[in-house]
Ligand binder design. Structure first.
Ligand code: SF4
Ligand code: SF4
Length: 172
């Protein structure tokens, strides 16, 4: 029968077998946080969503579709973002701009459907980098919890910035 030699350096010492020191160290950490938050008011958590912590400048949030300085949709449905997306999270259906909507679009083609599946998206930012029109940015807010898969598929109306001027950098 084979025997396993345990290096003495890694073997348990007799007092370690009672786990007394580990349990005490764990309880001490818990007690320190309890004293800090209950008596010293030095909370390490915030009451989200009423309270929000500042986001990092490198934070990537929900996708936003931008308008140009004339208020037109910048996206021209070129499919670059859909092709580059490694998670297959973007679904676009292109269409020709009808005559009565021409003032809303800079070119002849527009995205009739533009969806982003937040359950597939890995927030890599490649769609933002690939877009030749500067139309898509990940500068929206945090994804909110939802109780169905459909609720986590963003559609164009949810992503498109409202008319009345660019809001680049605005957080939801
Ligand atoms: S951030 Fe990345 S994964 Fe998400 S939609 Fe854009 S390219 Fe796809
Ligand atoms: S968001 Fe940009 S890359 Fe994506 S389809 Fe529109 S113009 Fe093309």
């Amino acid at each position: 029968m084979a025997t396993i030699q345990v290096n003495k350096k890694y073997a348990f010492r007799w007092y370690e077998k009672f786990y007394f020191m580990s349990i005490t160290a764990g309880l001490w950490v818990t007690l320190k946080h309890f004293i800090k938050s209950a008596f010293l008011r030095r909370m390490v958590t915030v009451q989200y969503p009423e309270q929000k912590k500042p986001l990092s400048s490198r934070f990537r949030g929900l996708h936003r579709l931008k308008r140009n300085e004339k208020g037109q949709e910048r996206c021209t449905a070129c499919y670059c973002c859909q092709w580059v997306c490694p998670a297959d999270a973007i679904h676009i259906v292109a269409a020709e701009v009808p005559p009565e909507r021409q003032y809303l679009h800079p070119e002849d083609k527009y995205a009739k459907v533009f969806q982003v599946d937040l359950l597939r998206c890995i927030y890599c930012g490649l769609c933002e980098e690939a877009c030749p029109k500067g139309a898509i940015y990940l500068d929206g807010g945090l994804p909110l919890p939802a109780d169905s898969r459909d609720a986590l598929i963003l559609n164009k109306e949810q992503m498109l910035e409202p008319t009345g001027g660019p809001i680049i950098g605005e957080r939801l």
